[in-house]
Design a protein around this ligand. Structure first.
Ligand code: SF4
Length: 280
């Protein structure tokens, strides 16, 4: 099973996008071969950024949509056909700037979609402007004297927005990235994976992350407590945890909508039956 295409990959050599692409490709191919996913039920949606080309490199159903608009399109696809496995890709600009409100609302609704965020802390496609996850002091095209804004914390943000699966991964640890992606795909509900990803051309963070990330799973952490997840996401010190911060199974947006629809239809059918009976 190979779900790749023969299109020439356009990213800079060493870009973290390669690891994310290959990790997801491996997880999807294994899942299809083992019967957990049907290839025809797979829908991939990407927004705008260097990473956005990713949908060209998988041989599946896919859409390339407007900047920041991946969650609403993914939600529409999932509502139209709940059998589909809908995976959205977004950049840190997509997810936390232009599309910030869409990301938050998809999380709080618990739509059964997966959102993979290529978080490289920079707008690479437009040659190096700062994003909401760029650190304070970051120097780029639009901040030659250093970014004066505080970065947001995606993990805390998604937890507070009530996402039911919240994880962080690192493109430099591919085995662990595959593990997290596989768990995210299996989750019923909104799953968000924020992937720390170096942009070798405009924000090369390989050394920075390489010396700081550690696997949550290796530290005995379990992902069943919301309070502990919040505490862990805020963190302290220099180290950066990667792994599943929080996971909870609960009703999805589609299930809630379908419940309302069934109630409405039952009521209307009863009204029609009452009307007919009253005329007999
Ligand atoms: Fe990757 Fe950065 Fe090159 Fe874009 S500019 S392809 S994000 S390394």
């Amino acid at each position: 099973m190979n779900i790749g295409t023969d299109k020439k990959i356009q990213w800079c050599p060493g870009c973290g996008n390669f690891a994310i692409y290959n990790a997801l490709k491996h997880v999807l191919e294994c899942s299809i071969e083992e019967g957990r996913i049907k290839k025809e039920n797979l829908v991939l949606i990407s927004g705008i950024g260097c990473y956005g080309y990713i949908t060209n490199y998988y041989h599946t159903n896919s859409f390339h949509v407007l900047h920041g608009r991946v969650p609403p399109v993914a939600t529409g696809v999932k509502l139209a056909n709940p059998e589909l496995l809908v995976i959205g890709f977004a950049g840190d600009g997509d997810a936390y700037a232009e599309g910030m409100s869409h990301t938050i609302h998809a999380a709080r609704r618990n739509t059964d979609i997966k959102l993979i965020i290529h978080d490289n802390g920079v707008y690479g496609l437009t040659t190096g402007q700062f994003t909401p996850t760029s650190p304070r002091g970051f120097k780029g095209k639009s901040t030659p004297f250093g970014n004066v804004e505080n970065p947001i914390d995606p993990i805390t943000l998604m937890l507070v927005a009530r996402a039911t699966f919240v994880a962080r991964a690192y493109s430099g640890d591919i085995k662990h990235l595959e593990y997290v992606l596989e768990k995210a795909l299996l989750h019923k509900g909104f799953a968000v994976v924020d992937i720390l990803q170096p942009c070798v051309t405009f924000n090369n963070t390989y050394d920075y992350y390489g010396s700081r990330v550690y696997r949550l799973e290796d530290s005995g952490y379990t992902s069943d407590s919301y309070e502990k997840a919040i505490e862990k996401s805020i963190g302290s010190g220099d180290k950066i945890p990667i792994g599943i911060f929080y996971q909870k199974d609960t009703e999805t947006f589609e299930e809630a909508i379908r419940g309302n629809l069934n109630f409405f239809l039952d009521r209307e059918i009863q009204n029609v039956a009452d009307f007919i009976n009253s005329r007999i």
